[in-house]
Design a protein around this ligand. Structure first.
Ligand code: CTP
Ligand code: CA
Length: 226
């Protein structure tokens, strides 16, 4: 483990990380979004860079500074995140999808502020592109890692996502357990791989979780290349 930390084991690898929420515009003052601080994805990007990788971080709106040495592409909507991710996917070695992408967006966007009226308001929503499923199902040599933030049936849902999105590995957490919630600096995750193996990690800082994820993803990548 120590030796792993000290050497630039990820040099020559291009790692793409998505992070943060997406914002789906309703009008100039309103948007639909997902809960996400971006901390987990930024920790992955930062640690990958420290381990010598070339890192592209595709980030939705967050309050976090750009990690040094990392190319950051700032986006807002799921569609913008998809276009940015798709443009770098073919040339990357490892794709790590930590973003909390909105599953739905308003079907129409108003250029003018919508004025309030008496009574109820319903917004018609349509599905966004599933970025990870689209890229996972067209992958070639890339090692593809997803996240699953669940509130119940963590293992069952995580395994389903591996299948559906053609992932090599998924990092799952129960967002209702303490120390794994939103905005905090710690996380409690389980790592599931497509070969059926599973590892439950103890509560760790998001940077420690990030290093562990990178370690597993790197091992899978070495195997994929053979
Ligand atoms: N994801 C993505 N594009 C989307 C939705 C999700 O790339 N439009 C990615 C996330 O970044 C994450 C993984 O897919 O790595 C799982 O996201 P999650 O929201 O847990 O799963 P969904 O497939 O959206 O299913 P649901 O929200 O119904 O659980
Ligand atoms: Ca979702």
């Amino acid at each position: 483990e120590n030796e792993y930390n000290q050497t630039k084991v990820l040099k020559d690898l291009h790692i793409v990380v998505t992070a943060g929420p997406t914002e789906e515009k309703i009008d100039p003052v309103r948007y639909f979004t997902n809960r996400s601080s971006g901390k987990m994805g930024y920790a992955v990007a930062e640690e990958a860079r420290k381990l010598g990788a070339k890192v592209t971080l595709i980030s939705g709106p967050t309050n976090i500074q750009n990690p040094s040495g990392v190319e950051v592409i700032h986006v807002k909507s799921a569609q913008e995140m998809y276009e940015a991710a798709n443009s770098v996917f073919n040339e990357c070695s490892i794709y790590i999808s930590a973003a909390a992408v909105a599953d739905y967006r308003p079907k129409t966007t108003s250029e003018q502020k919508i004025k309030k009226q008496n009574g109820e308001w319903a917004i018609e929503m349509e599905r966004t592109t599933d970025i990870l499923a689209t890229l996972g199902n067209k992958k070639d040599k890339q090692t593809v890692v997803g996240f699953a933030a669940e509130s119940e049936n963590v293992e069952q849902y995580a395994l389903k996502k591996i299948e559906k999105k053609n992932l090599d590995m998924i990092v799952a957490n129960n967002i209702t357990s303490e120390g794994a919630g939103f905005g905090v600096d710690t996380n409690i995750v389980s790592i599931y791989k497509k070969d059926g193996s599973k590892e439950d990690l103890p509560m760790m800082s998001k940077n420690e979780v990030a290093k562990t994820i990178l370690h597993h993803a790197h091992s899978l990548h070495v195997r994929n290349e053979q």
